[in-house]
Design a protein around this ligand. Structure first.
Ligand code: NZQ
Ligand code: ZN
Length: 382
């Protein structure tokens, strides 16, 4: 283990915390409030933001779509540049927060914002951001990552930069009350896979990272089993905080990480609009089976410490079955058939996208090469 670690995002957690933005954003700053398709207007969040910003000068930009596109976000970049915006308040789920990160970075760059995603422009500064989270899932509210889609070419790419990490994040579990079931389940699954991507690699002896990852996985398993209690303050608060901790940098610090499930899953979203979390559930069980020898030690550890399974020669295999059963218990599919073409063609399309993005060797051992990916897709698709 060798690392430098900081998470600079101030967290305001709990009911009624949206009012805290009145103090968190200096009233001298001109603010752009960015939000999505309008859910915040139906659940009172917009009204709370308006009330908290009554002493501020602010304008708004709405219409950031799920899986936010560069095409939409560039309109907000223009507003930031033309109206001298000094602070961005992102109010929404991962898409709105990721989109705001792109806007914040692109606004400080004269070229095309997509250069940031392609690595042609290295971000050094960004308009400061604050986040009001309305959907616990991605951890975007207190991390430095963002995933953006270019609709024109169906590219979905990520960038990471400390300049775009939110200065503060407001997490009021009450905002989850209006979440559709589908999104609530997506949150559980996405957070689960985030922990897995940083945990199911190889045994590391990093007791803090592994132990905390197991705690987060056990939390998510319990929340899934207690799904009928979802209309309960403690259930909501526990999901919101667990999903945040799953991807705020801590459990991945100083240990190997995988992320191949995410990289392959992103292509399903870009090609067929599969919800992010659901793309992960489609890819992950097939990927784990494909890589079972390399991941055996960690899967056995997960089997014992998370699922409470007894030691056996096939413990790793049984652990993958448990993971799959967890998804099925939430009615989340682990295979995909909605590709509107032949299976062969669908696999070719995913592979072409991965190749064009340079994802030729994924996973903690760079062992998920294109032939391995084809095997994974062969069993992930019906
Ligand atoms: O647009 P609105 O009207 O707000 O509706 C949204 C959207 O339709 C709705 N919603 C959000 N909060 C709500 C609500 N509806 C009712 N009540 C509320 N309180 O939910 C829908 C989905 O929202 P979205 O933000 O797209 O979901 P999520 O938070 O799952 O974000 C997914 C995006 O994050 C990226 C994904 O790739 C995807 O683009 N990711 C970002 C990561 C990061 N920054 O670290 C990591 C993740 O692995 C992920 O890749
Ligand atoms: Zn994810």
């Amino acid at each position: 283990m060798q690392f430098t670690y900081v998470n600079p995002t101030v967290i305001h957690f709990g009911q009624g915390q949206i009012s805290s933005i009145a103090q968190s954003v200096a009233s001298s700053k001109k603010v752009l409030v960015i939000y999505g398709g309008g859910s915040i207007k139906k659940n009172g969040v917009y009204d709370q933001v308006t009330e908290a910003l009554k002493s501020h000068t602010w304008v708004e930009f709405s219409g950031v779509e799920a899986n936010p596109t560069k095409e939409t976000l560039d309109k907000a970049v223009k507003i930031v540049k033309e109206q001298d915006i000094e602070f961005i308040l992102a109010v929404g789920g991962g898409s709105v927060i990721d989109g705001s990160k792109y806007v914040a970075a692109a606004a400080k760059y004269d070229g095309d914002g997509w250069d940031i995603l392609e690595g042609k422009h290295q971000v050094t500064e960004a308009t400061p951001i604050g986040a009001i989270l309305t959907l616990p899932a991605t951890g975007s509210e207190s991390n430095m990552g963002a995933v953006i889609t270019r609709a024109e070419t169906k590219d979905k790419l990520a960038f990471m930069n400390p300049a775009v990490q939110p200065k503060f994040a407001v997490m009021d579990p009450d905002v989850m009350k209006t979440l559709p079931e589908r999104q609530l389940i997506n949150g559980l699954v996405d957070a689960w896979v985030h922990v897995c991507e940083q945990y199911i690699t190889m045994p590391t002896n990093a007791m803090v990272q592994e132990g905390y990852a197991e705690t987060l996985l056990k939390n998510l398993l319990v929340l899934g089993k207690q799904y009928d209690k979802r209309d309960n303050d403690a259930w909501r608060a526990n999901l919101m905080w667990t999903a945040n901790q799953a991807l705020n940098g801590l459990i991945g610090t100083g240990v190997p990480q995988d992320w191949a499930t995410h990289m392959i899953g992103h292509e399903f979203t870009a090609l067929w609009h599969v919800d992010h979390a659901r793309s992960l559930a489609i890819v992950q069980p097939s990927l784990l089976r494909n890589q079972i020898d390399a991941k055996r030690g960690k899967l056995e550890q997960m089997g014992k410490n998370v699922f409470g399974l007894e030691q056996s020669d096939d413990l790793a295999e049984r652990t993958v079955v448990e993971i799959e059963t967890f998804y099925h218990s939430l009615e989340v599919a682990t295979q995909f058939s909605d590709y509107e073409t032949t299976k062969e063609n669908a696999i070719d399309r995913v592979v072409e996208q991965l190749e064009s993005h340079g994802y030729l060797q994924l996973g903690e051992n760079q062992a998920i090469t294109i032939p391995r990916t084809r095997e994974i897709l062969e069993s992930a698709m019906l």
